[in-house]
Design a protein around this ligand. Sequence first.
Ligand code: AMP
Ligand code: ZN
Length: 119
Amino acid sequence: MSRDSNCIFCKIIAGQIPSRKVYEDEEIYAFHDINPWAPIHFLVIPKVHILSLAHIEPEHQAMMGRLMQCIPQLAQQEGCNPYPEGGFRVVTNTGKEGGQEVHHLHFHVTGGPRPWLRG
Ligand code: AMP
Ligand code: ZN
């Protein structure tokens, strides 16, 4: 598995930095954001170190499909209200102008009753 020893999310996956785990399988890890913008806010990441959504390759297709498929069930598990009155928001910041701060691909999943701090 390709990891970057300087990457904070690779360290979280490796258990070197603590996190509040939401889900884990052989390819995917999900954990609560340390600085939530909404009543429910967790991050879903591939275990493989991919810099951003701009760095997706054909070999990542199956994993990315599974990652996307996980999101609705994790949102429900974490307490997001059902569609359509409830729902959730998925955000992927990409690059400097896209607002990306951590350069390991991640999907913010936010939900719960509004107002939210952001988004
Ligand atoms: P972005 O700006 O899209 O790169 O988002 C990075 C996100 O990672 C921010 O929402 C941070 O609050 C979150 N974050 C940074 N460090 C940690 C950490 N150790 N545990 C959980 N979330 C983190
Ligand atoms: Zn990483």
